[in-house]
Design a protein around this ligand. Structure first.
Ligand code: RIB
Length: 336
């Protein structure tokens, strides 16, 4: 492998001069710099990122940690991060935490040993001294969900407003008995969407009925099982707001299995607007999150701060309803 020492010998200069010429740091005359660059090209010299990192220099690598790569939301988020990383000549490492704080700690310690320049982290991980230690001193931007690290910056959607919009949409269609399949209780995103649902009901003068709320874990099977559990409670409902699109997909399957027509008998709203939402039949009415923009903004915040660009501390991006075919006006027929 060609080393910086070989380039110095080829160019007839010192190793320090080669390092200054290649890093454009320190005073190096134009002619000398050209001589060094030509020698490096002739020898096919590749800067050693690890050697650079050992001297505390940037390695040109960032990482993104997401909970579940099988959920289409996260690959879309990573696509946005990748776009910005590539535009800044950064290599992107992808890690999956499986919503497990201990896994996240192991991955962060490994990334620190790799001298990554920074991390985009989908937060919501259980707080621990180990997680705080693994994040300490590491440039981090949280995306989608907050982290427990004091002062950390986060780029997320307005989850509470999204919950309100979903519920207001159903109320405007005449629904008064609206169920909610919520995400995991420990996640702030799920709590925020639930609180938006509750606020919209109360502002419309409709009672909040806890027996119409069930948890679905942000998973298809959770939406399916949640809908079946709601049916067993025998509380009538004509609409259901699901806290993400995967649970809405599970709920649609459950409604079909019990012979309830969507939207004629039950209206369904999701949250995320993943790419597949418009390809379902009927197409899913949902709350649109600017998923790739979330990724782009988080990466820009991370890389920009490393370049000392002025950046806002945190950003909350707006959401909106995308009306498709799973919602319709209530026809005054209660669920059987
Ligand atoms: O679908 C996965 C959910 O987890 C999304 O709603 C996203 O906001 C993330 O928090």
């Amino acid at each position: 492998m060609v080393t910086i020492r070989d380039v110095a010998a080829e160019a007839g200069v010192s190793i320090t001069t080669v390092s200054r010429a290649l890093n454009e740091s320190g005073r190096v005359g134009r002619a000398t710099r050209e001589r060094v660059l030509n020698a490096a090209r002739r020898l096919g010299y590749e800067p050693n990122d690890l050697a650079r990192s050992l001297h505390g220099k940037a390695t040109g690598t960032i990482a993104v940690l997401v909970p579940d790569i099988t959920n289409p939301f996260f690959p879309e988020l990573v696509k946005g991060v990748q776009e910005v990383a590539t535009a800044h000549q950064k290599l992107l490492l992808l890690c999956q935490t499986s919503e497990d704080s201990e896994i996240a700690v192991q991955e962060l310690l490994h990334l620190r040993r790799k001298r990554v320049d920074g991390v985009v982290l989908v937060g919501g991980l259980a707080a621990s001294e180990q997680l705080d230690a693994a994040l300490a001193g590491l440039p981090v931007v949280a995306v989608d969900r907050d982290t427990t690290v004091d002062g950390s910056r986060v780029v997320r959607s307005d989850h509470r407003r999204g919950g309100r919009l979903a519920t207001e949409h159903l109320i405007e269609l005449g629904h008064e008995h609206i169920a909610h399949v919520r995400g995991p209780a420990h996640l702030s995103v799920a709590q925020d969407r639930h609180d938006g649902y509750r606020e919209a009901l109360e502002e419309a003068g409709l009672p909040y009925d806890a027996s119409l709320v069930v948890e679905g874990g942000f998973l298809e099977e959770g939406g399916y099982d949640g809908l079946r559990a709601l049916r067993r409670r025998r509380r009538p409902f004509t609409a259901v707001f699901c806290g993400n699109d995967l649970m809405a997909i599970g709920a649609l399957r459950a409604l079909e299995d019990v012979g309830l027509a969507v939207p004629d008998e039950v209206s369904v709203v999701g949250f995320d607007d993943i790419h597949l939402a418009s390809y379902l039949r009927p197409g899913l009415t949902t709350v649109h999150q600017p998923i790739q923009t979330l990724g782009r903004r988080a990466a820009a915040l991370l890389i920009g701060s490393a370049m000392n660009d002025e950046q806002p501390a945190s950003e909350v991006l707006d959401v909106h309803i995308v009306r498709r075919q799973t919602t319709a006006r209530h026809r005054r027929t209660e669920v059987r």
